[in-house]
Design a protein around this ligand. Sequence first.
Ligand code: CA
Length: 227
Amino acid sequence: MADRILIVEDEQKLARFVELELTHEGYEVDKAFDGRSGFEMAQSGKYDLILLDVMLPGMSGMELLRRLRKSSDIPVIMVTARDAVMDKVTGLDMGADDYITKPFEIEEVLARIRAALRKRACVALKEEKQVCGKLVLDTARRSVEYDGNAIVLTNREFELLQVLMENRSIVLSRDKLLERVWGYDYMGETNVVDVYIRYLRAKIDDMFGVKLIHTVRGVGYVLRESQ
Ligand code: CA
């Protein structure tokens, strides 16, 4: 599937020119000509990268980025005026992945886009999937599968399994699990961990006839492939 790029740029001729070049390279492209509609579109989650002009009517590119970063880590390349050093620094501080100064060569834009998308691909592979044998937990899709079979978990079960998988082969105490999954200020029964471990075992170990979730007597629990 083609990567989708959103161009937020109020100079419509420039936006159109970049759109044509990106389309020619095989990207799918949408445009927004002001900050507010750009923000609306950026939030939709259907883009892989945003090319974001700093000086925009409605809402500045900086403000758009600041708001967007509360809920999204989509790659953003800022487009700043030449010599606007403050813009570059502020943009990077606020979570932009890269910046380009105007006027730019289109080849430079294409190279920066390719680099940002490549970086995203590595991060996605590293962070979005946890694997232990045939058990796969996908944090982006919030799904769990064993050998291709979907496992339906409640939110709490998912979070507990996620912590176990992120720390696979490491023994985690009940207190640690309680803190990570239920939070510091949890006031309920401490055996809630044991209860949820039972739920997970029923849905994974018992269901598929494997032994992944192990009790370490007097210490806690660990997720590993055998023993
Ligand atoms: Ca502008």
